[in-house]
Design a protein around this ligand. Sequence first.
Ligand SMILES: [Zn+2]
Ligand SMILES: [Zn+2]
Length: 153
Amino acid sequence: MHDALKSRLRNAGYRVTRQRVAIYEYLRSTDSHPTAEQVVGAVRGRLPRVSLATVYNGIDSLVSIGLVRRIARGASPARYDAGTDEHAHFRCSACDEIRDVPMPSLPAIPADVDVGEVAGVNVEYAGVCPRCRRRKLGLPDAAHVESSPSTGE
Ligand SMILES: [Zn+2]
Ligand SMILES: [Zn+2]
């Protein structure tokens, strides 16, 4: 289990600790792109005595071995993502929710532009999510609509 995690940590000179495994498992289990603070809250459910610094260091080590993506923008707190497949993000400017946008081929830098060594790409779309859009327009939440009796599929 988590062979990729273990071998990558060891190859980079990190120890495989329960904390790092717990952080990785939590990030793999969610697509909510949590902040470091939210990761601490979630990991404390399993490791009640884990310190803030340990969790922060754990996240940093996972980012540095490339298994966790750090999404930072402006002054808002960084968010973390363990989704390994190529994807772009859509960030709601009203509620700050980040959703994955499947995108198998992300734009490449034109061959005639020499920027050096490229380690990654971050594509982020900005806008307003459906829920916030409905709220702005004064429409009822989509949940109300969905809960109406369906005709079945
Ligand atoms: Zn929103
Ligand atoms: Zn993502």
